[in-house]
Design a protein around this ligand. Structure first.
Ligand code: GUN
Length: 296
């Protein structure tokens, strides 16, 4: 089975839109502020996609292109967003320029507007299963995608390759929770793991988030496993007009025959990340408007 997330992401967009439409009596619409502190073309594309999705569901968005010369300058700018009552969500597009201290920035975003779920308070709340937590969008998107595709992780062995703060670590935390759509036994592997193949071959569900194009072949996978590919890599391809193509961390064509379900790249996890950003922005809007009786 191909786990194409477009249909599910669209369903979630519709759900968010419906809730926002039902709240038209409120004096203002939900609003997301996106900060772009680099000129990376990929970051610009991602932010443009997020803005478009916001527009489609009735979330206002404001994009700030800035070139901070110091961490302090960026922190001051974040203060203005934190203090602006018309803004529900603040998204600092990563990566940041190398002279900016990432953790200082993430810690400066008001946790109640942290729709990316990157603030340490939200990371802690996720760990403790506090319902007010903002869950980071990509791992949450993977959990929701599996749930909506009726791929039950309950009691299964999930192996995650990659221990990033963005994907690997929070995904392990989420999937091992005692909560609906979770209860997996999770193994996290990384670039110092010995005998990686021995471990990946025991995975019922393998999630790959390492940023290495086409790294995972069929020899790494158990027959019938589910494979979730989080990688987005550009590789040269002279047959394309652009001179490149986008591939995942998994060698899709070689692996798909061996597994029971697999996410394509593009079109697998990416649309879910955006759908979860919309859901988190709506959640923030509801909390800021003291609305607690709507399940967003
Ligand atoms: N860069 C790569 N993924 C993400 C994400 O989910 N949020 C932000 N803000 N930046 C990213």
């Amino acid at each position: 089975m191909l786990i194409d997330s477009h249909t599910i992401a669209r369903e979630i967009h519709e759900e968010v839109k419906k809730t926002i439409d039902s709240l038209k009596y409120l004096p203002r619409k939900p609003c997301l502020a996106a900060v772009l502190a680099t000129k990376h073309p990929a970051s610009q594309t991602y932010v443009a996609r997020k803005v478009k999705a916001c527009h489609e569901v009735g979330i206002e968005s404001k994009v700030f292109h800035i070139e901070p010369t110091s961490t302090k300058e960026l922190l001051n700018f974040i203060d203005t967003l934190n203090n602006d009552p018309s803004i529900d969500g603040i998204l600092i597009q990563l990566p940041l320029p190398p002279h900016i201290k990432l953790l200082d920035v993430l810690m400066h975003v008001d946790p109640s507007k942290d729709v990316d779920g990157f603030h340490p308070l939200n990371a802690g709340k996720v760990l403790l299963q506090d319902p007010s937590a903002f869950y980071p969008c990509t791992p949450l998107g993977i959990k929701v995608l599996l749930e909506r595709k009726s791929i039950d992780v309950y009691g299964k062995h999930v192996v995650i390759i990659g221990r990033s703060n963005l994907v690997g670590k929070p995904l392990a935390t989420i999937l091992m929770q005692d909560a609906p759509g979770c209860n997996a036994s999770v193994t996290v592997t990384h670039n110092k793991t010995r005998n990686l193949q021995e471990i990946t071959k025991t995975a019922d569900i393998l999630v790959v988030a390492i940023g290495k194009p086409l790294y995972i072949g069929p020899d790494m996978i158990k027959d019938g496993a589910v494979v979730v590919d989080v990688g987005i890599n550009k590789i040269e391809d002279a047959s394309k007009k652009s001179g490149y193509r986008i591939v995942g961390d998994v060698d899709f064509d070689a692996v798909r025959k061996k597994c029971s379900a697999i996410t394509p790249v593009p079109g697998g996890v990416g649309p879910m990340t955006i759908a979860m950003l919309l859901k988190n922005t709506l959640k923030s809007y509801l909390l800021h408007n003291n609305i607690h009786n709507i399940h967003e």
